[in-house]
Design a protein around this ligand. Structure first.
Ligand code: IPD
Length: 265
């Protein structure tokens, strides 16, 4: 039987709340500035792994038959047809530096469709949640993306991958885009960027090279808030290219990115 999206959402909310609290309360105050026992990066990696373990064991306790795909390596098929797509810590560099833009991202998909998603951003004191067909909510209040802006008035979020060559290509795209739009933001967490499109805090967002766990929950939230998501023309959002924007802005943004060859090679 197909699962109840609201039940999946409740489980995701609790898992995300617990992992968010672990990351917030467990972050050494001097991380990134003072010498810790191990390197700051190791500390972040340990926290990241601990958060993923917490999430998979909580969800596994509630729904033993489900599968997992997690940034920190969780990978199992399960037997129920439900798979949880998890980024225990999106915005790792923000977390390392003590910037507030980091989040826990948890999505539940069934037969390849995301049914429920939660992006928990503890330092923003915000939880973004959505179920398929049930709307998007931020801290319980309905979220709505902005009406389509004129391209020249659009505030567009983006992000960069970790590989130098890809960054060169991404910089070329930004170079072409920045004179044509109001401005560009690189906030540092794809899940929050997508949530910000859904909350009307960005007009649009795009990035190449995202992983499923970076986008699954945030993209559902953006869609349920009225945005379109996709990749290259006619294709869904993927690691090649992810775009989120309201109808009317989505199309010109997609066309421009296609023209610039802004997809991952
Ligand atoms: C990264 C962030 C960043 C985006 C990168 C992602 P991580 O995820 O979402 O904003 O530009 O593409 O890999 O590594 O912090 O989980």
């Amino acid at each position: 039987a197909s699962p109840d999206p609201t039940e999946l959402l409740e489980i995701a909310l609790e898992a995300a709340r617990r992992a968010g609290a672990l990351l917030r309360d467990g972050r050494p105050a001097d991380l990134g500035v003072a010498a810790t026992k191990s390197s700051p990066i190791d500390v972040v990696t340990e926290m990241d792994i601990a958060a993923e373990k917490l999430i998979t064991s909580y969800i596994g306790g509630q729904r033993p038959g489900d599968g997992f795909l997690g940034e920190e390596g969780a990978s199992s098929e399960g037997t129920s047809g439900v798979r949880w797509v998890i980024d225990p810590l999106d915005g790792t560099v923000n977390y390392l530096y003590g910037l507030p833009g980091w989040a826990v991202s948890i999505a539940a998909e069934y037969e390849g469709r995301v049914l429920a998603g939660v992006v928990e951003a503890p330092m923003r004191r915000e939880t973004y949640q959505a179920v398929l067909g049930g709307g998007a909510f931020v801290n319980g209040t309905p979220a709505r993306c902005r009406p389509a802006a004129e391209f020249s008035h659009a505030l567009i979020g983006t992000g960069f991958g970790y590989l130098a060559e890809r960054r060169v290509a991404q910089a070329e795209v930004v170079r072409a885009l920045v004179p044509r739009v109001r401005d560009i933001r690189r906030a540092g967490a794809a899940a929050i960027d997508l949530a910000d499109v859904g909350c009307g805090r960005l007009d649009g967002y795009f990035e190449r090279g995202l992983h499923p766990w970076d986008m699954a929950a945030g993209a559902l939230f953006a869609r349920e808030a009225g945005a379109l998501t996709g990749g290259r023309p006619g294709e869904p959002a993927s690691g090649e290219l992810t775009i989120a924007a309201p109808p009317g802005l989505f199309e010109p943004l997609q066309e421009l990115l296609e023209g610039l060859g802004a997809w991952h090679d």
